[in-house]
Design a protein around this ligand. Structure first.
Ligand code: FES
Ligand code: FES
Length: 185
């Protein structure tokens, strides 16, 4: 468990009262005193220091700030930190494990699913959630899932290909995991 340095304020304007929160991010619990007005994306970026989650609009439009809250993709610029108290979050930093890229990261790499990369963390987190509930999505289902994520660079053709690439990788891994040891050898 890591403890984030406590933030306090003497400001008595609405929303500035500090309250304690305990939020698990990528498997690590973070405790802090936060103002009730603090948006979740600012907690993730500025209090915890995970800057892979981006801010593109601050108005629930672009999806650059998408993280998974208890496995559901949400726009973290739209939630107050206190609303995530006691809950579990996954961010883009939690995708790679032991130096190995997550299949969605590999997919974006292989299929050239990004240019500037600003939208990419949100695109990836939305896609991870889709693939966890729909392992074999159609292109149309992918397009619907990422309809809340805007990309100003690539167009969406390569992004859809990237998600399909990841879906294939995950299905192959699942097939291997289902084989008996005799079948593998
Ligand atoms: S920064 Fe959250 S939707 Fe754009
Ligand atoms: S890659 Fe630049 S905004 Fe999507």
């Amino acid at each position: 468990m890591t403890t984030v340095e406590e933030r306090t304020t003497t400001d008595d304007r609405p929303g500035t009262k500090p309250v304690p929160v305990a939020i698990t991010i990528n498997g690590v619990e973070h405790r802090a005193q936060v103002e009730t007005r603090l948006l979740l994306v600012h907690f993730i970026r500025e209090v915890v220091g995970l800057t892979g989650t981006h801010i593109g609009c601050d108005t629930t439009s672009c999806g650059a700030c998408v993280v998974l809250l208890d496995d559901v993709p949400i726009k973290s610029c739209t939630l107050f930190t206190v609303q995530a108290d006691g809950r579990s979050i996954r961010t883009v930093e939690g995708l790679e494990q032991g130096g190995k890229l997550h299949p969605i990261q590999q997919g974006f790499w292989e299929e050239h699913g990004l240019q500037c990369g600003f939208c990419t963390p949100g695109m990836m987190m939305t896609s991870v959630a889709l693939l966890e509930r729909t392992p074999s999505p159609t292109d149309e289902e992918i397009r619907r899932a990422i309809s809340g994520n805007l990309c100003r660079c690539t167009g969406y053709v390569n992004i859809v290909k990237s998600v399909q690439h990841a879906a294939n990788t995950l299905r192959e891994a699942q097939s291997l995991a289902n084989l008996s040891p005799a079948e593998v050898s």
